[in-house]
Write a protein that binds this ligand. Structure first.
Ligand SMILES: NC(=O)c1ccc[n+]([C@@H]2O[C@H](COP(=O)([O-])OP(=O)(O)OC[C@H]3O[C@@H](n4cnc5c(N)ncnc54)[C@H](O)[C@@H]3O)[C@@H](O)[C@H]2O)c1
Length: 306
């Protein structure tokens, strides 16, 4: 099927894409410095090779020269909005300069397709919902800006690309220490019967996408002839934090009431991404609805509670 080089492949989303690629008989080369990823996320497989590499510092060219990947999936990133606000230089070094390095090498070694993960953060405060791909891009965080800048470098580079802007991902192997991983945070607290804080009134809306759906669309995109497109990938369905909390309470049999704390600064209140474009271009896409996804998560008992 060909060889895929995946940066950040030992992380939450990357490890699920790696599994799906191996299931589809691809050879997979994972580049990861394990800063937030974990080797336990990766299966032992004859078609999987792992390099412990920091893409901002180490020699990546030798790997491109030796491995000659057909495809590149670039996921390695600094993923925290809060960190990006306080450490813009480090955020830009990783998410812009690190990405440029991978983009340049992908061009030099003529990869057939470059796929990457961007974010709903590129849109900024929604002017309408659901947000489609034509919505203005006016990020309100350095993370959103660095992802948007990466997107622009990709389009200018001339390499064949697909950019996915994911909504809030959840599922097995998500770390509960991450600010964006509200499902993983609730999951850990509910399993351990610990108290849960909700910031604001809990009526803020999010669009939660199950990580295995992300893995499926990425492999579909690698296999397809689709090129040079930017897609939202989401469920197009809004769920309030209170709905999420109550649904999980019922599934996990958790009895405590949430503590409501003041809203946090800088958070976008409501976000729903339209998935119309991706559904029109790729056939037969199914996404887990939130209840099915959460039930599967609870059954798998795999959330990484680090
Ligand atoms: N999780 C979400 O809801 C979400 C939503 C939209 C976009 N994204 C994007 O998807 C991608 C994957 O996110 P995730 O949630 O799986 O996060 P993650 O932190 O689990 O994965 C990132 C991976 O990159 C690795 N990494 C970080 N810096 C590196 C470096 N300098 N060199 C090599 N490897 C490095 C980490 O060790 C980790 O394995 C990121 O680009 C993120 O911005 C995630």
């Amino acid at each position: 099927m060909g060889k895929v080089l995946i940066t950040g492949g030992a992380g939450f989303i990357g490890s699920h894409i790696t599994d799906k690629l191996l299931d589809n008989n691809y050879q997979v080369i994972v580049l990861d410095n394990l800063s937030s990823g974990n080797l336990d996320n990766l299966q032992k497989h004859e078609n999987l090779k792992f390099y412990n590499i920091d893409i901002t510092k180490d020699d990546i060219e030798t790997i491109f020269k030796t491995e000659k990947p057909d495809y590149v999936i670039h996921l390695a990133a600094q993923t925290s909005v809060a960190y990006s606000v306080l450490n813009s230089y480090e955020d830009a070094k990783m998410n812009i300069l690190g990405s440029i390095k991978i983009i340049e090498l992908s061009k030099k070694y003529s990869v057939k397709k470059f796929l990457t993960a961007s974010s709903a953060a590129v849109y900024g405060i929604p002017k309408y919902l659901p947000i489609d791909e034509n919505h203005p891009t006016e990020p309100i965080s350095q993370y959103g800006l660095s992802k948007l800048t990466m997107e622009k470098y990709i389009r200018l580079s001339g390499i064949p690309y697909i950019i996915f802007r994911f909504s809030n991902a959840y599922g097995p192997r998500q770390r509960s220490s991450k600010e964006s991983g509200v499902v993983a945070i609730f999951d850990k607290a509910m399993r351990n019967n610990q108290p849960i804080n909700i910031y604001g009134d809990g009526n803020q809306i999010r669009d939660f996408i199950y990580v295995e759906d992300i893995a499926s669309i990425c492999v579909k995109a690698i296999k397809s002839d689709v090129m040079n497109e930017t897609f939202n990938f989401s469920t197009n369905k809004g769920v309030t934090l209170n709905d999420l909390y109550n649904t999980m309470k019922a599934i996990y049999g958790y009895n405590q009431n949430a503590n409501y704390l003041p809203e946090r600064d800088g958070e976008i209140r409501d976000s729903i991404l339209s998935n119309e474009k991706v559904l029109n271009i790729f056939n037969e896409i199914k996404t887990f609805d939130i209840k099915a996804g959460l039930t599967t998560l609870q059954e798998k008992f795999l959330c990484k509670n680090l």
